[in-house]
Design a protein around this ligand. Sequence first.
Ligand code: ZN
Length: 445
Amino acid sequence: MTPFASNIINIPVSEAPTPNQKRNLLFNVEQPLELSIEEFDKEWWPLVSNIWTNFSHKNNVNGNLWEVFICRFNKPKKSSTRKEEISQEKRRVTKIRSANLCFAKIKVYRYASEQKVLIERFKDSPDHSHTLEESEKLKRSQTVQNLVMQEAIKNYRPPEIVNAVKEYATEKLDLGESVKELRRKEVTNIKYKLKNLEQHGWLTLIDSTHKTNRYDCRLFTLYIRDYYGCWNVVFVSKEDSVTIAEGLKIVRRFARHWSPRYFLSDQSNIESNSIRMAFPGLKNGEQDCDVIFCTVHIMRTWMNKIYDKKMRQKMIHAMHKRTKIGCEDLVQQAINECSITTIKNYITRNYTKNIHQWALWARQHFPLLLQVTSTNALESYHSELKSLTSPQHGLIGACHKIVELDKKKCSDSEHVAYEFRVKRISAVGVDDDILQEIHKFPFPV
Ligand SMILES: [Zn+2]
């Protein structure tokens, strides 16, 4: 096909449509539409991201690509199935939405060199079998979600946020239809995430993994533990220490009261450096922030590097020593007694100046630090994630999978919180609001 045929709508800047008109143009696409990539990604697509879902795509070597999107009511992906081992009364009430309710499709071409996007109705695609309003009920668009995020960081209560977002969207953006279905519960979920990081983020686990997408971007995850011993995921980014530091700073902007005291990481210099950049600590008049190392990673490294078993035993003993003096003594002994020069040098070079980062005596004052000495929890999360993603995924595909797993983690942690507080209360017939109040009790009721 020829990319820019004459029957395409080219919208002059002076007559830029309102967000609401843009939504309608991308709902039942009557005529092909040509936009710059930037306009499309920033102003158009976020308005309808809730209507369409990925169906197929093809990348060309020259950087061009096409994607076909299908109406979310078609539900091309299979629903996850119930966990059968959960008893009837503990189950959350869920609805399974039936598939194949609508067959509308669009095709989006991206032309890299021209920086243009062409959107057209997929060949023979029918109109939607439902109204745009029904699509809005199903899911909130990216635009609305972003509005909620912006308000959520201002520390208002969820009902006020809902009102503020509705007012702004209706009056300023002509998007009344899109926000009509925004529920307090959704806002609470977003807020809950930021609040968790602020309240529990003083010990944050950080680790990265690769092979989740085809661009070889690394995925960085921050992991925090809430009151109930459940772990929560916060954030993703990629590559070198400057990028990670930028990423951390962005998270900080969203969670302004997050002041981590400890980061637990594997021995990666990239991570330590980026943390130091993002959290300069006392220098900036802020909470001091230490990077401590995962003991499992260190012992794994020692298996290779300190291949003399006796020396290794000594170092492991030093790691677990409860006093600073005792620990330093053992390290010195290991160095003195070691007959193999490479090991001797290795220990001197890598483990004498940073003892407080890997030895447990430095964590004696903090019971939780002694309980959580490894990033195992985070690693198992990453391996679970890898079973869902594939190196063939695009970034968006990978993000979808992350969000999916994240939702599961959140509902698991809600479940544990619920169990903890209301062990003996039957949830049947008890209103959500009352349950939320019960959650505030410090001990199980
Ligand atoms: Zn549809």
